[in-house]
Design a protein around this ligand. Structure first.
Ligand SMILES: [Zn+2]
Length: 303
């Protein structure tokens, strides 16, 4: 496996090219798209395994957190390799995983936000003037939202209207680089596509949403923990060295994918904050982070 290629900033092209490469090498991988972003970029999704236990891994809600897409792709590539060669990993039999699990992965939910973050804006872009206004200038180094200035991980239907009150307290009333939740839940094509997909395929035994950074694992919603949620979170923490914790900031616990899934399906979901430092984590952190959570990722298949 070529480690060097994962040092590239993980933009949308990188994700598509890497998925195509993995799929070419592994015909067992099924590729599709959930839908399109605001600017029409496909949101890729993959499935592997023929079992009845569904699992879902979602990366990159936030523009500055594109490293999570690379981490998930690396996991996918190694998983495919283990299945192909029959190599056990952490004592896990890959044939058993393939037969009993149906693993879904959405490595990059917010392609437009990532492109803006990595490549910046130019005057040819649709929404250029609006973007400059929303961002108060051309420095997009704090950009987390989608291209319309909606923070996708506050756009789910879980405490959405309570969060609107918090937005007011934070002085947020219009689309901007982060934390604006949108006009209504699932107002954005990216979140609507993912929720529709989840509604069709569910139940997922576990859902994992990857962010950066903090080396923390969040579970539950508004004090509610589904059956088995805390036990599994403790296992994830044990395997990664990350801390299982409750949200420190009130604002972090509303309108997120984890919140919506736990609240709607009463099944465990986790926000996993990868890495440590300040966002954006440099591309050179990708492999060290992957190595540090590799055991957790593989063990999450058999929680
Ligand atoms: Zn995030």
């Amino acid at each position: 496996m070529n480690k060097k290629i994962y040092h590239t900033p993980t933009d949308h092209n990188f994700v598509i090219n890497t998925l195509n490469r993995i799929a070419t090498d592994n015909p067992i991988l099924f590729m599709t798209t959930l839908g399109s972003s605001v600017l029409g970029k496909p949101i890729p999704a993959v499935r592997i395994g023929t079992g009845k236990t569904n699992l879902l891994y979602v990366g990159c809600h936030h523009g500055a957190e594109h490293i999570t897409s690379g981490i998930l792709l690396k996991f996918l590539e190694e998983l495919c390799c283990c299945i192909k060669t029959g190599t056990k990993i952490y004592g896990i039999d890959p044939e058993y995983i393939f037969r009993t699990r149906c693993i879904y992965m959405v490595p990059m939910l917010n392609p437009d936000g990532v492109e803006l973050y990595i490549h910046g804006a130019n005057e040819e872009m649709p929404l250029y003037q609006r973007l400059i206004k929303m961002n108060n200038g051309t420095d997009f180094s704090k950009w987390q939202a989608n291209i319309r200035g909606v923070d996708l991980n506050h756009n789910y239907d879980a405490g959405f209207y309570e969060y609107k009150e918090l937005e007011k307290e934070m002085g947020i009333s219009t689309p901007c680089s982060q934390r604006f939740s949108g006009e209504y839940p699932e107002s954005e094509p990216e979140t609507a596509a993912l929720c529709n997909f989840i509604r069709v395929i569910s139940p997922f035994k576990y859902l994992f949403s990857f962010h950066s950074q903090g080396e923390e694992i969040y579970s539950g919603y508004n004090g509610f923990e589904p059956k088995g949620s805390v036990r599994a979170a403790k296992m994830l923490a044990l395997y990664s060295g990350y801390t299982h914790t409750l949200p420190k900031e009130k604002a972090a616990s509303y309108g997120g994918l984890k919140d919506w899934y736990v609240n709607t399906f009463k099944l465990p979901a986790y926000t996993i904050e990868c890495g440590r430092g300040e966002n954006p984590l440099p591309p050179s952190d990708l492999i060290p982070i992957y190595v540090s959570i590799r055991k957790m990722l593989f063990k999450s298949l058999i929680l």
